[in-house]
Design a protein around this ligand. Structure first.
Ligand SMILES: [Fe+2]
Length: 443
């Protein structure tokens, strides 16, 4: 990823085209990995059939880039309604008269050909939607976000493994979990400068954050196992009222995809059953489980402002960094992003991605649940449409930060905000712990 703010007009067009191509290669990988039966099947009520995601990607691209930006004739106006995520809940999508796999593939190809032509001919200025190619960036991110959703569908599907990737790096020395104290004071949260930042990340605004302690790495499977084995799921004390109700109703006993064989806990990961890796961040836990674990551990989840301050605070100045390691776009050495690996990396595997205060793996590996409900920042303005985020504002959704191994760098920033229901477990979510500081701990 290049910071699009620095590119000239031609370089910006090349950058957009390369990002569009990269996203499409990933969509193709995820949909070509299975046969047609598998593409149209619903692997879980929580997810769409993969073929719905594919045509929906093309339909959003058509709506914004072919029709709106390009001012061209519709390619398939007749299918708009089928692929409007607000018209049909995921559970109902398999019953719709969807495009079949072959039709969906040729539809997205036809749309993309027109879009590349629109990109060549459209001046990237004059409208806010075109400023720094924002509309194209939005569509790149949309496709990458659906690719992560499709990756979650792959994790839910049963059967032999169809996706393969090398394991992520291991730390040179085993990482010891410690805490970092982040000093109190104002910092700048959100952004008004990132060209492709989405509406809910804007505007930049000052936030006063009291001093807090945050753990240097996300909570690992090994530590989470102590909670499981120690009866954490059966002890009402650790759970909020809503969390306990969910725990009982869904009969939770461990993270999703975990299973116990005799005395050994295993997990299923993209069709492979394996022993629980103790040194990897735990993944596939709901907000409620994260919250219960935190209470059991005598700590709490960080607020969203604390998380972003840990990720962006520059101790040597009063500006906020783009990423924990600085302003440089994510490289493979910084973070486990972009589906290069099909699992989180062991803690301590990315020392080059740590913050100046020594907080590791804030970006990549697992989305991190925060304690904060999803709302707009002060001065929020919906752009370019209310349905991107404003319609989700409210106490039903919790904010997640940092991206996972399945998040592409194009859809991951120090300011990027994700949100979901506190009961969701199929997403690639884990968490890290924070706490208030005691008097005398801060200089
Ligand atoms: Fe979408």
């Amino acid at each position: 990823m290049t910071n699009t703010a620095d590119l000239g007009a031609e370089a910006l067009r090349d950058h957009v085209a390369a990002q569009l191509t990269r996203a499409r290669e990933r969509s193709a990988l995820l949909t070509d990995a299975v046969d047609d039966d598998d593409l149209v099947r619903q692997h879980s009520k929580l997810m769409s059939p993969l073929v719905w995601d594919l045509a929906h990607i093309g339909n959003q691209e058509e709506l914004w880039l072919v029709r709106d930006v390009g001012g061209r004739e519709p390619v398939r106006r007749d299918i708009d309604e089928l692929y409007d995520a607000f018209q049909h809940p995921r559970a109902a999508r398999p019953t719709l008269p969807l495009l079949g796999p072959g039709e969906a593939r040729s539809y997205v190809r036809e749309v993309r050909d027109k879009v590349l032509d629109v990109l060549e001919r459209t001046p990237l200025e004059g409208r806010r939607l075109l400023d720094r190619a924002f509309a194209f960036g939005m569509i790149v991110q949309h496709e990458q976000q659906h690719d992560e959703t499709m990756l979650a569908t792959h994790q839910l599907r049963t059967g032999a493994p169809v996706l393969h990737a090398p394991d992520p790096p291991k730390p040179v020395v085993a990482h010891r979990v410690d805490e970092v104290i982040v000093p109190g004071g104002r910092f700048t949260m959100g952004t008004s400068a990132e060209p492709w930042a989405l509406d809910n990340e804007r505007p930049a605004h000052a936030v006063e954050v009291p001093p807090f302690a945050i753990e240097s790495v996300p909570v690992t499977c090994g530590r989470y196992l102590e909670f499981v084995e120690g009866g954490g799921y059966d002890d009402r004390r650790w759970w909020s009222d809503g969390g306990w109700a969910f725990r009982v109703e869904a009969n939770l006993v461990a993270p999703r995809f975990w299973d116990k064989h005799g005395q050994t806990w295993t997990r299923r990961r993209f069709g492979v059953v394996e022993e629980i890796p103790h040194d990897e961040p735990v993944v596939h836990v709901s907000f409620h489980e994260a919250d219960a674990f935190a209470r059991w551990a005598g700590k709490r989840l960080p607020t969203e402002a604390e998380w972003e301050k840990a990720a962006r605070h520059d101790p040597d100045g009063d500006r906020s960094r783009r990423f924990p390691w600085g302003d440089e776009d994510p490289e493979p050495r910084h973070a486990n992003l972009g589906q290069r690996h099909l699992r989180p990396a062991p803690v301590g595997a990315y020392p080059d991605g740590a913050s100046p205060l020594g907080v590791h793996q804030l970006i990549g590996d697992v989305w991190e649940w925060t304690a904060t409900d999803f709302y707009g920042y002060p001065g929020f303005q919906a752009f370019p449409y209310r349905e991107y985020s404003e319609v989700f504002f409210g106490p039903e959704y919790k904010v997640l930060r940092g991206g996972s191994f399945g998040t592409d760098p194009a859809a991951c920033r120090g300011t990027f905000r994700n949100w979901d229901y506190p009961i969701r477990r199929q997403i690639f979510a884990g968490f890290r712990l924070a706490r208030d500081v005691r008097s005398g701990e801060v200089r």
